[in-house]
Design a protein around this ligand. Structure first.
Ligand SMILES: NC(=O)C1=CN([C@@H]2O[C@H](COP(=O)(O)OP(=O)(O)OC[C@H]3O[C@@H](n4cnc5c(N)ncnc54)[C@H](O)[C@@H]3O)[C@@H](O)[C@H]2O)C=CC1
Ligand SMILES: NCC(=O)COP(=O)(O)O
Length: 331
């Protein structure tokens, strides 16, 4: 069903490429309503820097402008003037505010989905706020017990058992209870969002060679394998724990609908090698639809006109598709 509510696009870190990508998107006709969450002057100044002509319109509920060259925005002011490529911790509160408004607007039925341009986790922490990522923030804000980060590009979906954790803490975070809830969310959302009836999930081990029979680590034998065995008895198609290096070979990958990696840098480098620039980051387990880009703030490119909007387009495309398939919330 065509969307009657807009997709909310949060501009992310104002000194990064979020504003550039949004303005680049506004150059084309859209077949969905969009509202940009960001600061008006930042958008206007960045449009000037990029030599783009974009009519900026203050968004009102019900606004469905979609023509090329026009962009509706909800003005959420920055706290300090922005120079492209230069982070300022003073604007961290602005970035957080974009997410609060985007998330609350989805929960309240004002927006159909939230798409996030990249933010800079480091500068938010430098501003004195403990922040590990959109995934964790949006889960807390929306009351979701178990968010699961999944990145997808044509031919590959990779979900993560742990998200933004120092490597030293990863092994301790792999617990039977935590891993079970991640697998349940992944399984349920592959069915709910991707219409895969009985998803086949390829599960990585944590250690080299999936622990080499206990000689290179015990988490596979003590935690992962018994859990998978128990869930298989419920009918889930779970293959693993498999050595991650061989799992990510084409012959094995074709036997699964998604991969579950145990940690961020076990799964995402492979995904980005295959699909950087056209992949989407999707948060599973939330009561709202949230997608994002596969890249970061790219401060080196902000204001240069060289940022590629391919991943943002894919993220919006997936958000629109998922939102169109959701039951319509009565106004
Ligand atoms: N969804 C999000 O909010 C994400 C945020 N980040 C944050 O971004 C910050 C910077 O991270 P980095 O590791 O430097 O990664 P990055 O993705 O910002 O940059 C890595 C390289 O890719 C290039 N690149 C990135 N996006 C591009 C695009 N759209 N078009 C063309 N080239 C592009 C950059 O110029 C750079 O050379 C970190 O603070 C990180 O936390 C990283 C990933 C996702
Ligand atoms: N590498 C992906 C990433 O860091 C994005 O995280 P999030 O901000 O979407 O939680």
């Amino acid at each position: 069903m065509p969307l009657s509510r807009p997709i909310a696009l949060s501009c992310g870190e104002p000194a990064g490429i979020g504003p550039d990508l949004a303005l680049s998107l506004a150059q084309q006709d859209r077949d969905y309503p969009l509202v940009l969450l960001g600061d008006r002057s930042v958008l206007a100044e960045r449009a000037d820097a990029l030599g783009l002509t974009v009519q900026l319109h203050a968004w009102e509920d019900g606004d469905t402008a979609r023509e090329a060259g026009h962009l509706s925005f909800l003005h959420i002011p920055v706290h300090s003037p922005v120079r492209a490529g230069h982070l300022d911790p003073v604007n961290a509160a602005h970035v957080i505010r974009l997410l609060e408004i985007g998330c609350d607007g989805c929960l309240g039925g004002r927006f159909a989905a939230l798409v996030t341009a990249p933010l800079h986790k480091g500068v938010i922490n430098e501003a004195g706020r403990s922040f590990s990522g959109h995934t964790e923030f949006l889960a807390e804000r929306s009351g979701a017990a178990q968010p699961v980060m999944m990145l997808a590009c044509p031919g590959l979906r990779v979900a993560l058992a742990t998200t933004h954790l120092p490597l030293r803490q990863v092994a301790d975070a792999i617990s039977p209870k935590g891993l079970e809830s991640v697998i349940r969310v992944l399984h349920a959302d592959l069915r709910r969002l991707f219409a895969i009836d009985n998803p086949r999930i390829l599960v990585c081990g944590l250690n080299p060679h999936a622990g080499e029979g206990g000689h290179l680590g015990h988490e596979e034998g003590e935690i992962i394998a018994p859990l998978l065995e128990r869930l298989r008895r419920e009918g889930m198609q779970l293959n693993g724990p498999l050595p991650a290096d061989t799992l990510f070979t084409p012959k094995v990958l074709e036997q699964g609908d998604a991969v579950l990696a145990m940690f961020h840098d076990q799964g995402l480098p492979v995904l980005k090698h295959k699909g950087f620039g056209k992949a989407v980051n999707l948060t599973l387990g939330l009561p709202i639809i949230r997608t994002s880009v596969d890249h970061g703030t790219a401060l080196d490119l902000a204001g240069s006109g060289r940022a590629d909007a391919g991943s943002l387009q894919a993220a919006i495309g997936l958000a629109v598709e998922l939102a169109e398939n959701q039951p319509e919330i009565p106004s």
